[in-house]
Design a protein. Structure first.
Lengths: 677, 481
């Protein structure tokens, strides 16, 4: 018997030799990875669409349905870290990681914003071990991890039983006439369509409605449909009606009349609009948490503090910032900062998404004790969409946009007086630190972008009359602007592959699907679909076929180069921003010219962009040339085209301590100039 | 393992499997076939071979309670758990044996019908789950002495671990054909079979436009899995009556490429796939009548790691199962040294890794189980038996509920007063009264959904009755001798 026992023991050892002991990631030490967030280059990943590294979690995936899960996951990102490292990005912003309601109205929750259980991972993306593997592997390569979080709402978890028949209905009440929102319907007899999943906002709360009229607050019914994981939210606190505002869906954006605003829309601070935004369900029936309640705040803090611990995250991108009252952020953010510091993370970054082009709204979140920075939507609308995609750009508008941040003594467009700084320059207590240990203010760290998952791709919004070459030039110009501007640049996955999808979900292309790289062309009179091609060796022929994770195409190479330039220049990363030239008209010597300097004590970089689609322009107007910090007599060289050099002259401009510079820039081109040594 | 057949019928292939298992046995020994009346077909019957109808059966019926008014259920943590509490199942074997005149050769047609769990008297549903487990013809000694050939649908099985109802080395449910060759104390077996499982991995029927009007169904995904098995067994007679029977066994699997149509009518390519398995078994017998000790070891890769009826899961990014592996080892013994006491014991360990690249994967698992069942005979027809068993599982991944590596463990003890035909652990039929208590750790309870009562029960009780029989059965060939 002893022989057998011995053999058996050996066998067991042999069998168990391959076993793996997964550790609860929350028990692992965290890493302090960030020196200065201004050094970082963010790459935004829609996890489901970036890379599929594990087929075993492709539950219900359908690559060809834009509204379905496609199969991307955290292991896929791990598999493609080489690709990202080649591009040069340094921080990965990934989709929300929590378990979602699987589907609603035919759409799947592949984006991750329809939370059902705040404590579990989205099984389509992987488990905690896979998440931590991604985080560890990214950190090993010097990349930081940013988690997308949602505190405003949960997924489509309940319905309002307005007619009290115990089932979710869509029905009409009233008779005939114009369809009007529920909030206005009561005194009329117009026909009103009501979806009990997603009724229109009512400031008093969604009320029941029977054939005899109103009948009190509508009961809220949580649904139990395990097939699509539409089950009561977790933690349990969120499975109680009292945890929600229960006032129905925000309507004011599409129906300003609901707040008695003009058709052009309500002011950003209109009280009625703000009440809807703060208390209303997000369109799509995403139920609005009552974040005024301290127990809800506590729960959300506990939830996301834990995600820092288990995922070793270095920052949060905060969804729907403007839909949660500022008092919440003043409670949440300091506690998160404190927790992160206690866990050894001394530069935990929180930037928020207020989907709005109004700097007054965005800047309001830079005051108080809330987020460290904002997602720079005002720049997106006014600069990227407003100027870069314009046939007749006025670059003074770009400069003016930044005046809202820093303040200007005069309007760059000459249309008004001084512009006050809207963005707060007061660092947060215990907030971000720069490389030199000095605190950073929200004004210094806006997260800029030319596209993201909520808006169409940058290429999509260009005039259809533009040629492909012009579109590509414009894309390159915008990328150059973003890579050289202050703040933190964020590049949305696929921009390096020239994806051009329209609004959600078309802007969430599958990076690994060859069909994402197809184009339709006319050949012999017939419309055919074929892989896109590009000129790889520079001989003017389209000699290379475009395919998944291509690293040879012109846009990948340009972005790679720009990132390299930014990484190599402390001035571009951390330097002060000073505008040197902007044009007020779409014609003239300087049409489309925008020039700005980024400077540290040791280094100055001059960036000159020509947004004009048609003409070669100069940094001069008439006899007046551009004043620069470079000393007269210096020769500056273009980092994008080293053969292009310009001499700094002592005359032609009014300058204090520097020289004058007349730079010529072809249409839709840019120069990044440094003193030639 | 079923007790080694002490007697096999010459020229009367036992319904389950002479081809492989009986190879290890002494084929010269004889058993008494249960012969039904000979079938004749007409006036010239005298000139024709006389067929003999051979019937057999395996079956068990069980019912019990958890002492709280609910059905008693088996706790299952591992792939092949102890069978102390098992469900209802039955097989009916019907064989027709044609003896070739003036020859030792035979031709045998074999049908085995299997009935599943559903009992009309329990559910009130007038229905049954029925499956064909054997439907083949075998020719023995027809071409050459010792050579048998067969074709049809067949359960190919080697030696079982009875306490787990499990064939740890070689079990194939196949449609195909094979050959066996016995020379001296050696038996060789070779088989090639195919299947096309009714799942979207191998089969898809779609509707297409009919050339005239309307639509018609066509088989769009149609890819077979081919399985080739080979087995060699040798029986050695050692000193003092001991016998030693080593077995080597191998499988090769291949799955053809195919295409699948998605819901939006796109075509998804499914690549071909493959797998293989190597294994060995050593059985020592002759310590005492009906006593033996067997050890099993096998290693499988790719498709073979999932079993021939398994649908691969956790595929690699190439949509193949090639990275999957399984290492499995088992022990089985039955000792009846004294006439009143018999002890059955078994153990099995298995380490399985699926084909996906996820290292921390809950599908990747080490699991082990062990059981011991002593039976003490009081008189010729009453036995007091008991069983203690344990199940353990160690997944490589974290629990999605607790985010920890949970290691389910269940320990079970049972008492079985038993009425049997005669003494001995393998005597059948038996009638058992069973009481069992199963102790579960927290991780084992987590395997139950929060909505069910077992989630909160540290101890599960069971009391019930169980009957089991086999007789001339293809399931345990020769065991009713």
């Amino acid at each position: 018997m002893s022989t057998h026992r011995s053999n058996a023991s050996g066998l067991v050892l042999a069998i168990t030799a391959g076993c793996v002991t997964p550790v609860y990631p929350g028990d692992l030490p965290l890493s302090d990875n960030v020196v200065d967030w201004r050094d970082e280059i963010i790459y935004q990943i829609v996890t489901d669409r970036f890379a599929n590294g594990d087929f075993s979690n492709d539950y219900g995936a359908n690559l060809y349905d834009p509204s379905a899960y496609h199969g991307g996951d955290w292991m896929g990102i791990v598999d493609r870290l080489d690709y990202l490292e080649t591009l040069g990005v340094t921080a990965l912003w990934i989709s929300p990681v929590v378990k979602n309601v699987e589907a609603d109205a035919g759409f799947a929750s592949y984006h991750g914003y329809w939370t059902q259980d705040f404590t579990r991972t989205n099984p389509h993306f992987g488990d905690l071990s896979a998440l931590r593997t991604l985080s560890d592997e990214a950190h090993r390569r010097g990349m930081k991890m940013i988690l997308d979080i949602v505190t405003n709402h949960v997924g489509q978890a309940f319905y309002y039983d307005i007619n009290q028949n115990g089932q979710p209905d869509e029905f009409g009440i009233g008779q005939g006439g114009e369809i009007v929102p529920l909030a206005q319907a009561e005194p009329t007899s117009d026909l009103v369509r009501i979806s009990e999943w997603d009724p229109d906002f009512s400031a008093a709360g969604i009320s029941s409605w029977t054939s005899l009229g109103p009948s009190g607050r509508a009961p809220v019914v949580f649904v139990a449909d395990p097939e699509i994981n539409r089950v009561p939210p977790y933690p349990e606190l969120f499975a109680a009606p009292e945890a929600y505002h229960r006032k129905g869906r925000v309507t004011v954006w599409t129906n300003p009349a609901a707040c008695h605003c003009p058709a052009s829309g309500c002011a950003y601070d209109d009280p009625c609009r703000r009440q809807q935004e703060l208390e209303g369900d997000f369109p799509g029936g995403l139920k609005d948490l009552d974040t005024r309640r301290q127990d809800v705040r506590d729960a959300l803090f506990e939830i996301y503090a834990r995600w820092i611990d288990v995922g070793d995250f270095d920052g949060f991108r905060i969804d729907t910032l403007k839909h949660v009252e500022p008092e919440f952020w003043n409670d949440f953010c300091p506690r998160i900062r404190k927790h992160a510091k206690e866990r050894g993370k001394h530069n935990f970054f929180m930037f928020g998404e207020a989907f709005d082009g109004d700097d007054r709204l965005l800047s309001s979140y830079t005051h108080g004790d809330g987020v460290d920075g904002v997602f720079y939507f005002s720049q997106y609308y006014d600069v990227m969409r407003g100027q870069f995609s314009s046939d007749s750009p006025r670059t003074c508008e770009i400069e003016r946009r930044h005046c809202n941040r820093f303040g200007c003594s005069a309007d760059p467009c000459g249309e008004g007086g001084p512009i006050p700084a809207l963005y707060d320059d007061t660092p947060r207590p215990d907030g971000l630190l720069g490389f030199d240990g000095r605190p950073l203010s929200a004004r210094q760290v806006p997260v800029g972008f030319i596209s993201n998952h909520d808006v169409g791709r940058f290429l999509f919004f260009m005039p259809t009359t533009w040629s492909q070459a012009t579109k590509r030039q414009t894309l390159h110009l915008a990328l150059t602007y973003l890579a050289t501007m202050d703040g933190i640049p964020s590049f949305y996955y696929g921009v390096e592959q020239e994806f051009s999808g329209g609004n959600d979900p078309a802007n969430r292309e599958t990076l690994w699907d060859p069909q994402s790289y197809d184009e339709q062309v006319t050949e012999g009179g017939a419309l055919v679909t074929r892989p896109k091609r590009y000129d790889e060796n520079g001989d003017g022929s389209a000699d290379a076929a475009w395919g998944p994770y291509d690293t040879g195409n012109p846009t990948f190479r340009l972005l790679q180069k720009l990132i390299g330039i930014r990484k190599g220049s402390a001035a571009l990363r951390r330097g002060d921003l000073k505008f040197r030239w902007s044009s007020r008209a779409a014609t003239g010597d300087d049409a489309g010219i925008l020039a700005f300097e980024r400077s540290t004590e040791a280094e100055t970089v001059l960036v000159v962009l020509n947004l004009s689609p048609a003409q070669e322009s100069h940094t001069r107007f008439g006899a007046a040339t551009m004043a620069v910090s470079f000393a007269a007599g210096a020769e500056v060289q273009d980092l994008l085209d080293p053969a292009s050099r310009f001499a700094v002259t002592p005359s032609g401009c009014q300058t204090a301590g520097g020289g004058c510079l007349d730079v010529t820039v072809p249409p839709r081109q840019a120069r990044i100039l440094v003193v030639r040594r | 393992m079923t007790p080694a057949p002490t007697a096999a019928r010459p020229h009367l292939p036992t319904a389950g499997l002479v081809l492989l298992i009986a190879a290890a046995a002494d084929s010269a020994a004889a058993t008494e076939a249960i012969e039904a009346p000979a079938l004749t077909t007409g006036a010239d019957a005298a000139a024709a071979p006389v067929p003999t109808l051979v019937v057999g059966s395996y079956g068990r019926v069980a019912t019990g309670s958890n002492l709280e008014g609910q059905n008693g259920e088996r706790v299952q943590l591992v792939d092949h758990p102890p069978r102390l509490l098992e469900g209802t199942y039955a097989e009916l074997d019907v064989g027709t044996v044609y003896a070739v005149p003036q020859s030792s050769a035979t031709l045998t047609s074999q049908l085995t019908l299997a009935l599943g769990e559903r009992l009309f008297h329990f559910s009130g549903e007038f229905a049954a789950d029925l499956a064909i487990r054997n439907l083949y013809v075998e020719a023995a000694d027809l071409i050459a002495p010792g050579l048998s050939l067969w074709a049809g649908s067949r359960m190919l099985r080697g030696d079982a671990i009875y306490l787990f109802d499990f064939w740890p080395l070689d079990e194939q449910n196949t449609v195909g054909g094979g050959a066996g060759y016995t020379f001296g104390r050696t038996r060789l077996g070779l088989h090639l079979g195919v299947n096309r499982l009714a799942d979207r991995y191998q089969t898809q029927v779609i509707r297409v436009p009919d050339p005239v009007i309307g639509s018609r169904a066509v088989l769009f995904l149609d890819r077979q899995r081919s399985v080739l098995t080979a087995r060699a067994a040798h029986r050695l007679a050692l000193a003092s009556g001991l016998t030693l029977c080593p077995v080597v066994y191998a499988e090769a699997h291949h799955l053809a490429a195919g295409s699948y149509q998605t819901a939006d009518h796109r075509v998804e390519a499914l690549p071909d796939d493959s797998g293989w398995l190597m294994g060995t078994e050593v059985t020592v017998g002759g310590v005492a009548p009906t006593s033996h000790l067997s050890a099993f070891l096998r290693y499988a890769r790719g498709l073979a790691a999932y079993g021939e009826l398994g649908v691969p899961f956790g595929l690699g990014t190439d949509k193949r199962a090639r990275r999957a592996k399984e290492l499995s080892a088992g022990l089985d013994g039955n000792l009846e040294l004294v006439s009143r006491l018999g002890v059955m014991a078994a153990a099995h360990g298995r380490y399985f890794v699926d084909a996906d690249p996820n290292v921390y994967d809950r599908d990747d698992v080490f699991e082990a189980t062990a059981a011991v069942r002593p039976a003490f005979s009081i008189g010729d027809h009453f036995q007091l038996a008991g069983e203690a068993n344990v199940q353990y599982q160690r997944p490589n991944g974290l629990s999605p509920e607790t985010h920890r590596q949970e290691k389910p463990l269940a320990f079970q003890v049972g008492l079985m007063p038993t009425l049997a035909l005669e003494r001995g652990t393998s005597s059948r039929p038996v009638l058992r009264l069973i009481y069992a208590a199963t102790f579960l750790n927290g991780a084992a309870r987590l395997t139950y959904a929060p909505e069910v009562h077992q989630r909160s029960e540290r101890v599960q009780h069971y009391i019930g009755v169980n009957v089991e029989w086999w007789w001339n059965s293809s399931r345990y060939p020769g065991s009713n001798a």
